[in-house]
Design a protein around this ligand. Structure first.
Ligand SMILES: [Zn+2]
Length: 408
């Protein structure tokens, strides 16, 4: 670039920076009809004071004017989705595309998904996981590209016949590659149920992860698989479609997080079946049993919600077509599973943060926490579908979305 052009560009950048500082003062007061702080407390008519990127205080409204008055809306912590495949997308022909024609296309699709996810009120997601996630995670963390904070497993470990020593080595390699979590792919339900991992493999993977300071999430569909993973010290179970009462109890007793998927994944496959069939391992057979799987899921989520002490966390398993609809998972857990709306909200905020080891920084509206704050129309504790009507999104103190309230 020639020097003159460079000088012009840097002047423009300085001016832009000045504008950003002007429109966003270092202290912002946001008022709403109620604030859910995500410990289960609902504070009526309150103002959240944000200083820089963190929350400074929650005050009763009226003491001084708010910079942003969100009327009859509800403020709550930015939601967290602990299981979203942020890179999955449909290609130019409208069909599922595991890999785009160029790496740049893959990157832009992932950035689009990240934008949709943030606009839907999700300020943090965990992806289980693909190698591109690392660059997207780091790009969003630089603070310019709008998207949720991302944690990723980078790859999924499917142990096959690997010896424990080999599996331990793979965990250490992921640590070196700056993975945030280890995703383990155990059983699959396809033409019947099978368990593919041995006990010593679980012990190697989850034990080594713990030793190097990484969490674990295990794709498990059967009760036996879940019990084995729990006994091996794994931290979180994904799916669990076919689990029985004893497996649910085992997770509750050991404090293992449970992330079932009943509201987004299968509904999305049903809506978009023709975009998936014929690509990769998706066949007519994959979709033949959707209704049956959804029936099993509905019964499972009712039992899970009713299991005392079971730590449910919000994960959508969002794939291509589902990004931005993540909150449907919470709506369906309440509708099908009879979960209390406030418990669903906690599962997507403070408890989800705890499952990520981030309980001291995100998932709550409290002094000292990151200013990840969203607003929804109306009151989600009485109507959970309010979570699908996000009107305001702030992440780390920056406002990314503000829409005027709908006039009824
Ligand atoms: Zn998944």
């Amino acid at each position: 670039m020639d020097p003159l052009r460079r000088a012009q560009l840097s002047t423009t950048l300085v001016l832009l920076a000045a504008v950003v500082v002007h429109t966003q003062p270092t202290e912002i007061r946001v008022r709403a009809a109620r604030v859910i702080d995500s410990t289960g407390q609902v504070i009526p008519n309150a103002t959240v004071v944000v200083s820089g990127s963190t929350i400074k205080a929650i005050e009763p409204s009226g003491s001084s004017a708010a910079d942003i008055d969100l009327g009859s809306s509800t403020l709550l912590p930015g939601m967290i989705d602990v299981h979203a495949h942020i890179g999955w997308h449909f290609g130019a022909n409208g069909r599922f595309e595991p890999r785009a024609a160029t790496p740049a296309q893959d990157a832009f699709y992932a950035a689009e998904n990240a934008y949709l996810t943030l606009m839907a009120g999700f300020t943090t997601i965990q992806s289980p996981g693909q190698p591109d996630d690392v660059d997207l995670r780091d790009a969003i963390a630089r603070g310019v590209l709008p998207g949720p904070r991302i944690l990723t497993s980078i790859v999924q470990i499917t142990p096959n016949g690997d010896a424990p020593a080999v599996l331990r080595q793979r965990v250490r390699e992921l640590k070196d590659r700056r993975a945030d979590v280890v995703k383990i792919f155990d059983s699959v339900v396809r033409g019947g149920v099978e368990q593919v991992m041995r006990r010593e493999q679980f012990v190697a993977l989850c034990g080594e992860a713990k030793a190097v300071g990484l969490r674990t999430m295990v794709h498990a569909q059967t009760s036996e698989s879940v019990r084995t993973a729990v006994e091996a010290g794994c931290a979180q179970i994904e799916h669990g479609t076919g689990v029985d009462d004893s497996a649910l109890k085992a997770m509750a007793e050991r404090g293992v997080y449970f992330d079932p998927h009943v509201g987004v994944l299968w509904q999305n496959y049903r809506r978009n079946r023709n975009r998936f069939i014929g690509v990769g391992t998706y066949t007519e057979d994959t979709f033949a049993s959707i209704d049956e799987t959804m029936r099993i899921n509905a019964a499972m989520i009712r039992k899970a919600v009713a299991t005392p002490g079971l730590k449910l966390v919000m994960g959508s398993d969002a794939v291509a077509g589902a990004h931005g609809r993540n909150a449907d998972e919470l709506v369906e857990r309440v509708r099908q599973g009879k979960q209390r709306p406030i418990d669903a909200i906690i599962s997507a905020t403070s408890r989800a943060a705890e499952s990520l080891g981030l309980e001291k920084t995100i998932g709550r509206i409290a002094p000292g926490y990151q200013a990840d704050i969203i607003a929804v129309e109306d009151d989600p504790t009485s109507d959970i579908t309010a979570l699908t009507r996000v009107t305001f999104v702030m992440r780390e103190g920056r406002v990314y979305k503000r829409v005027e309230r709908r006039r009824d």
